[in-house]
Design a protein around this ligand. Structure first.
Ligand code: SF4
Ligand code: SF4
Length: 116
């Protein structure tokens, strides 16, 4: 059975919760570009969440280092929530937006490696 889709607003809310914890903790600040970028902010609007999610390359290092990962009660899984948000931004930018602009066929050609 396919996994149930979580609404984007719920994903953003979960990412905002996680980002606030990470911004207080900062243990992972040397791991990748996400942490220095999040440390430049005190609060995270939806645009910030989308931007940070797309800086993550899903290496998993912060999950394995995290003292707040499950079974801790914070249930913090930073790469997972960023990946979930990232997937929704891809859906919006790579699928929905080109379709609205009438360039879906161009996108399909590019994706298929044809340039004509
Ligand atoms: S992932 Fe965990 S250990 Fe790393 S900064 Fe966030 S809260 Fe701290
Ligand atoms: S999983 Fe993403 S946020 Fe975590 S260390 Fe790797 S690139 Fe950075």
């Amino acid at each position: 059975m396919p996994a149930r889709e979580v609404p984007l607003e719920n994903l953003v809310a979960e990412a905002q919760r996680v980002l606030a914890i990470c911004n207080a903790c900062r243990y992972c600040e040397g791991y990748c570009a996400v942490f220095p970028a999040l440390e430049r902010r005190l609060a995270f609007d939806e645009g910030d969440v989308h931007y940070l999610a797309n800086l993550c390359h899903n290496c998993g290092a912060c999950l394995y280092a995290c003292q707040y990962a499950p079974p801790h009660e914070f249930e913090l899984n930073f790469p997972r929530v960023l990946a979930q948000v990232r997937k929704e931004t891809y859906r919006e930018v790579c699928v929905a937006a080109p379709s609205r602009l009438g360039v879906q066929s161009q996108w399909n050609r590019c994706r298929g490696g044809r340039h004509g």
